[in-house]
Structure formats: C-alpha cells, structure tokens
Design a protein around this ligand. Sequence first.
Ligand code: SF4
Ligand code: SF4
Length: 201
Amino acid sequence: MSTTRETRLDDEAADFVALVEAESGTPLAACLQCAKCTAGCPVAARADIKPHVLVRLVQLGQRDEVLSSRMIWECTSCQTCTTRCPQKVDIAALNDALRRLSRAAGKVVGGTTVPTFNDIFLRTIRRLGRMYEMGLMTSFKLRTGNLMADVDKFPMMLAKRKLALLPPHVRGAAERKRLFERARRAGEPAAAGAKAGGEKK
Ligand code: SF4
Ligand code: SF4
C-alpha cells in the first residue's frame, strides 16, 4: 500500500518538474546549488524561499510549497540571478512560469497585491494601447482598498507632468485584441497542466 502511494507521489513530482521546465524553458536539473543566484538577489533577504532553494524545491516536485510561496510574487524580474548563474538556469523565467501556474492552480499566497496590479496593468494596455498611470492607480486603490497610500506624491507628480489626467489615444485596438487573444491561447496548456497536477491527490 505504501509502495503504491510512494510511486504515485513520484509521478506527481515528475509531472510537476516536467511542466515547470516546459513552461519556463530553463534546465532545472543543471542547478549546482551554488547559491550565486541568491547572493545577488535584491529581494532574497526578505523572501520566504531563497532563489536557489526554490529551484531545489521544484526539482523535488514540491508543487504546493512552490506555487503558494511569496517569493514568486516578490521577484522583480531583474534577472540578476539569471546573469550570475554558471549553469544558465533562468530563475527569472522560472518565476514567471510559477506565477502563471500558481494562478491557474488557485494557489496564490494571501496578502499579495501583485496579481491585481498585473491584471489592471494588462487590461489598461489592452484597452488603451499605452500605460495610463492615473487610471491604473485609481483602479488599483479601489481594488485593494489602500486608498491613501502615496497620495502625498500626487501633487508633485502632477506638477512634474508625470501623470496625465486624460487617457492616451492609441490606434490598433483590433490588433491588440488579436495579440492578447493569441497570448491567452498560448497560456491554456499551462492552466490545464497546473489544474491536472492539482487534481492528482
Ligand atoms: S546560481 Fe544557478 S546553479 Fe547556482 S544555485 Fe542558482 S540556479 Fe543553481
Ligand atoms: S529576477 Fe527575481 S529571483 Fe532573480 S535576482 Fe531578480 S528579484 Fe531575485
């Protein structure tokens, strides 16, 4: 009985590793655990899981721990780790893939507003074709309830013309719609894979 259970868990782990490698396009098995990535990472000090540990956990197929980690949302995609890695492991791409899989699997850690920000950012680009900071900030504050954060900077940004009061007008709405639709379709296998992994219990 226990042998059957161990075999099933091994299969789950292998499926998860294969899915993450396919989604991130980076060779996780090449990692030496030298921790050069962590040594250069600007957010590692406050991360719940350091970058080199994250790679190790993925190698071990620790799906739930990885997909519900705060680190994948703290990552700024600065690519310092990717540049420093002697084995060409692309942790920035890994974190991108893990964020997609985390959302698809409903495993996003509580308390992070990054997915909300990303959604509003992409919706703004899709609708307007260019960033509209005023609209983004307003939507973000309403969605997160953090209405008063950074309001003291508002007059200064207006004075320096860093905030436009009116949204931009950019042509190409139909083309943008096609691009976003193509991107959405490209993400479907990831969502299906993550859900499939999560349903194996
Ligand atoms: S720098 Fe590269 S090889 Fe070293 S621990 Fe990080 S990912 Fe692994
Ligand atoms: S890309 Fe992310 S994990 Fe890599 S160094 Fe930058 S913040 Fe850290």
